[in-house]
Design a protein around this ligand. Structure first.
Ligand code: ATP
Ligand code: MG
Length: 227
């Protein structure tokens, strides 16, 4: 089991006022799963993604990621878990504007302590696998939105994550580029990659193998996607 959340609640505090956002959320993800989490604006999708990605901790309940108990970790241990297990893809690509595609993909590997030659090799390989072998030296502003998102996916995959976590990965893209990103996700999943994707678009969620719905901070049981 890659991810096991049991009875998770999450509240934010505004001064002394508690704002409950997630209520009794339980979720399991196994190796090779491809799950879409769908829900309207304000339903708690990003809050849940931040918990899954170890960017934040639950208020109560238990969360195990790759067998490790996330809820008892301190902040720097949380960052370690995140680097070790999670590859992130966001709606806005968060590429460094003065770095080439290759440098953007290789940079996190430097922080992970990967030696230089291997960093470059892995970054090249990741960019080839997203179809950007002819764009390695380009800067982000010389590339389309879809290409930038493919760099972000290459960056996430170059770290060989246990879980690829995506929050509205096609939210900033036109339909055709969005479909390309979905093809890439299907390819990653077919190669054994595990994906959790957050989206409010049914046509995007339909690419996953299972879908959970979140409403007012409550998560439904997963449903199989029928093609
Ligand atoms: N730091 C915070 N402090 C207080 N309340 C917050 C905070 N972050 C989020 N919330 C509240 O939690 C609820 C869920 O927010 P969240 O960002 O998880 O929604 P979402 O489903 O991702 O929405 P969207 O589709 O618009 O991105 C909202 O009502 C929001 O106001
Ligand atoms: Mg959100």
């Amino acid at each position: 089991m890659i991810l096991n959340m049991e009875h998770i609640c999450k509240s934010y505090y505004r001064g002394k006022n508690e704002v409950p956002v997630l209520h009794d959320v339980s979720l399991r993800v196994e190796e090779g799963d491809y799950l879409a989490i769908m829900g309207p604006s304000g339903s708690g999708k990003t809050t849940l993604m931040n918990l899954i990605g170890c960017l934040d901790k639950p208020s109560s309940g238990s969360y195990h990621l790759a067998g490790e108990d996330v809820s008892v970790k301190k902040d720097n241990a949380l960052a370690e878990l995140r680097n070790k297990y999670i590859g992130f893809v966001f709606q806005s690509f968060y590429l460094l504007p003065k770095m080439s595609a290759l440098e953007n993909v290789a940079l996190p590997l430097m922080y992970a302590g990967v030696p230089k030659k291997e960093r470059v090799d892995r970054a090249r390989e990741a960019l080839c696998s997203v179809g950007l072998e002819d764009r390695m030296k380009f800067l982000p502003n010389q590339l389309s939105g879809g290409q930038c998102q493919r760099i972000a996916i290459a960056r996430a995959m170059a770290g060989r994550p246990t879980l690829l976590l995506a929050d509205e990965p096609t939210g900033a893209l036109d339909t055709a580029s969005g479909e390309q990103i979905m093809e890439l996700f299907s390819k990653i999943n077919a190669g054994g990659g595990t994906i959790v994707m957050i989206t409010h678009e049914p046509s995007i969620a339909a690419h996953a193998k299972t879908i959970c719905h979140i409403r007012d901070g409550r998560l439904s049981a997963p449903e199989e996607v029928r093609l």
